[in-house]
Write a new protein. Sequence first.
Length: 338
Amino acid sequence: MTRRKKKRVTKKQKEKRVKLISAGIILLLVFSMGLFLGENKQADLTLSEKIGLFKEELLTFFNTEEDVDQTKNQETTIRFLDANQGSATLIQAKDGTTILIDSGRYEDKDKKIIQQLDQYVGTGGKIDLLIFTHNDSDHIGYGDLIMNYYDVEEVWMNGTDATSKIYERLLNAVDKSNASYTEPKNGEDYQVGPFQIEVLSPNEQSENDQNDDSIITKITINQVSGLYSGDASQSIEKAIVESGIDITADYILMGHHGSDTSTSDEWIEASQPKFAIFSAGENNSYGHPGEEAIDRLKKQSIPIYGTIENGTITTTIHEDGTYSIKTEKGDNLVEDDA
């Protein structure tokens, strides 16, 4: 199995490069004409000062987006979507910033993930960041349709190739889209709207294993953090813990659908979650969630919510850093407050 080039260039990135180059040429011509014809308003400035002014003008020309206070607390809704034996998490801030982590399982003939996104994002709505933790079919599911149906601004993938037709369809959709493309690595930090995202894995020394190459992130808003670990195994969890990085979190999405091979004692002790979630399908052939993994959490008296029993699990993070949890399936509606 080979690794793709670290950087893919999508149509949107090409357009940005062309815009930057064009802006640079135009401003350089204007600056040069003003400099040599003596018409520059800053004629008394030194050459270095004029160069600095030119750089500021270039950045101003290229960055036309309105400044946003990214540190402001705002109510946020996190939906751990009922994706049967798949995984999909939709995160939405009050200002509209939207992050989708994974896109469910391909075998869902009802395309439930599309119905859910239509409901919560709106048909053709904007998704600021779409993270495919890895390229297994129960995580990239209908990713190609999401790329085609919605306005996706940026896509993250782990860079490890797969051989499935589902993966090929997704790559084609990404390449044809207007989305930017990134392969994040451990140690990198990102700001997406009001969300702070720390990348915990994978690293440059990847073993080309889909599960262990999962993009693992810690996402924080309003001082409330969550860990999303894809299908990474306990060996990856151990490496992250031993690296000394702070992974304390208010909640965790259990690795590999709650499998016994993930959510180790070390991971639980280091993250100290107040609750945990797993995404799995009823009567699945994999035995998810695993009894051992569930017992490890129960020993720490950590509440567990699962899509099998609870359907879609909705966590609302309030501006003051408290949160509430609503689970909806069957006759019960549960609400907890931190």
